[in-house]
Design a protein around this ligand. Structure first.
Ligand code: ZN
Ligand code: ZN
Length: 526
């Protein structure tokens, strides 16, 4: 289902590529040496398996992720790679936090002199942020009769001359705020018109409240937004939360309504929206009792590591890492773009069965022409990417070949939706850029768009942090990103094969490029 844009222009580009390819082949005398083949159907076969409903979205810490790891190891073995994991195995195990373990005695009560509202975890409140323990049997937070302060929309935006916290003391207290922002749909609003202010995300609001010493933040939907019940349900299905330094609790409007009415908070929100004058205030005799029993849910996961030793013994001590994460977000939850659909399988065909399948087929093609790779190739399927690039960070701390002897890292994350182009980051290293351009002339058929540093956050970042030149291949975001609809039927297999062929040819050039030096060689470090 490849889409070609613009017949005439497409034809011109194709012809120009053909001319270039011929020129390159003639110059290098390589005519007759078949271009390294990446079999698109074989590639799609891996994607179909990894992104099947059976794999339940390959969540970190799930049995299905383990099955995916076994599958990848089996492929590496059949291809003829050597095991590159711990103790002669294919695997490099490590533990990660895969969510929250929920204790039995969580409780939240909001009251004033005459009323008391008891909320229930998962159905009428859930934590957006927590400070978890290592055991769910001891309290991770305990607050009794904390005085409650209303802080409007929880915004502090000096550049827009608006501050819900001006003159308000929240230190050591509980704070209640509304979601969203005042004048939200007014195109002439000084608060960023009708576009959301960067300060209006709950993450930023939590940061502001935390910096001012608040101990717990309650967030209620503002009067113009209904609460999405699905979000409360999501915590029941997959307990998980950020760790923003203090508890941040989403509380359901329905249950809070009697208190909101008694305190006149909806009316205050409407007044604030009218004149942008903050109306924050302590709420007379109002208080919060909060007890939390939440712990880190630690689980084992595994990187899968396969090695193709370099063909030149004098250079085989230097490595090129070719990696892709194979974990995804499972049944959704906090990491989903649609957390209200938690419970549905997020198949992750593009993210990142596509990259995982690519490294398997790159390994197969490389093994068929080993003499082109004087340096060693290390193929790694990373776990824990979705939870913060944890697999690549772990590998960098315990590499198969020293990081100082790792010349470059190629990462493939979401390469299944190519429409004739691929975004590549990390090309600020001149030698890498020229190697890639040379590779593209040979493989052809794909346009390279250079991305700035830090364009995406994927496992290449862990290597960049360790001063290893690293590039990421990426064929673009789409409406199925981190949603249950990222399915294998939407993969462009030929486009994916082209990206993989490009990465393979690129790796061959890097493997031969004596202009690229490992940190450990040449003694150039001060
Ligand atoms: Zn990804
Ligand atoms: Zn992802």
């Amino acid at each position: 289902m490849s889409t070609r844009s613009g017949g005439t222009i497409g034809g011109t580009i194709a012809r120009r590529h053909l001319v270039r390819i011929l020129a390159t082949l003639l110059l290098t005398g390589a005519v007759g040496a078949a271009a390294p083949a990446i079999d698109a159907d074989r590639l799609l076969g891996h994607i179909k398996f990894l992104a099947s409903d059976d794999m339940k979205g390959r969540a970190d810490g799930s049995p299905e992720l383990n099955r995916a790891a076994d599958y990848i190891a089996q492929q590496f073995k059949e291809i003829g790679l050597n095991p590159g994991g711990d103790n002669g195995t294919w695997f490099e195990p490590f533990d990660l936090v895969a969510g929250l373990a929920v204790g039995a005695r969580n409780s939240l009560v909001v009251s004033d002199r005459t009323r008391s509202v008891r909320l229930a975890l998962g159905s009428t409140y859930y934590p957006l942020s927590t400070v978890p323990n290592e055991s769910r049997d001891s309290p991770s937070a305990q607050m009794d009769k904390l005085p409650l302060v209303f802080a409007g929309f929880g915004l502090s935006a000096p550049q827009a001359n608006y501050d819900d916290y001006a003159g308000l003391d929240v230190s050591g207290k509980a704070v209640i705020i509304f979601s969203h922002e005042p004048q939200e749909s007014d195109p002439n609003s000084p608060l960023n018109g009708n576009r959301p202010m960067p300060e209006s995300t709950l993450y930023r609001k939590a940061e502001i409240a935390h910096n001012r010493g608040a101990r717990v933040l309650l967030a209620v939907s503002d009067p113009s937004h209904a609460t999405d019940q699905g979000l409360f349900h999501a915590f029941d299905v997959l307990p998980d939360a950020d760790e923003a330094g203090m508890p941040v609790l989403r509380v359901r409007r329905n249950e809070m309504q009697p208190l909101l009415d008694a305190w006149g908070l909806d009316a205050l929100a409407i007044q604030i929206s009218r004149d942008l004058r903050p109306r924050s205030r302590p709420l007379n005799a109002a208080s919060v009792d909060y007890t939390e029993f939440l712990a880190h849910d630690r689980r084992p996961v595994r990187n899968v590591v396969g090695i193709m030793p370099g063909s030149d013994p004098s250079r085989a001590g230097e490595a090129i890492v070719i990696g892709a994460h194979y974990d995804h977000v499972g049944l959704g939850g906090r990491l989903s773009v649609t957390p209200e659909r938690t419970g549905e399988i997020h198949n992750g065909a593009d993210d990142n069965a596509s990259g995982t399948a690519s490294i398997i087929e790159i390994a197969r093609a490389a093994m068929a022409e080993r003499e082109r790779f004087p340096r060693t190739l290390i193929f790694i399927a990373f776990a824990g990417e979705e939870r913060g690039l944890l697999g690549s960070a772990h590998y960098v701390s315990a590499p198969a070949i020293a990081i100082a002897n790792t010349v470059a890292m190629l990462n493939l994350d979401m390469v299944g939706r190519s429409r004739g182009a691929v975004d590549v980051s990390g090309l600020d290293v001149a030698a890498l850029k020229s190697d890639l351009m040379a590779a593209a002339q040979v493989t052809g058929g794909i346009e390279i768009k250079q991305e700035g540093p830090g364009a995406g956050r994927s496992d290449d970042s862990s290597f960049l942090d360790a001063h290893v030149p690293a590039v990421n291949f990426f064929t673009g975001f789409h409406p199925d990103y981190h949603r249950p609809t990222d399915d294998w039927e939407k993969i462009n297999k030929e486009g994916t094969a082209r990206v993989a062929a490009l990465a393979l040819e690129f790796a061959a050039r890097i493997a031969q490029d004596s202009g690229l030096k490992a940190q450990g060689s040449g003694g150039s470090r001060p």
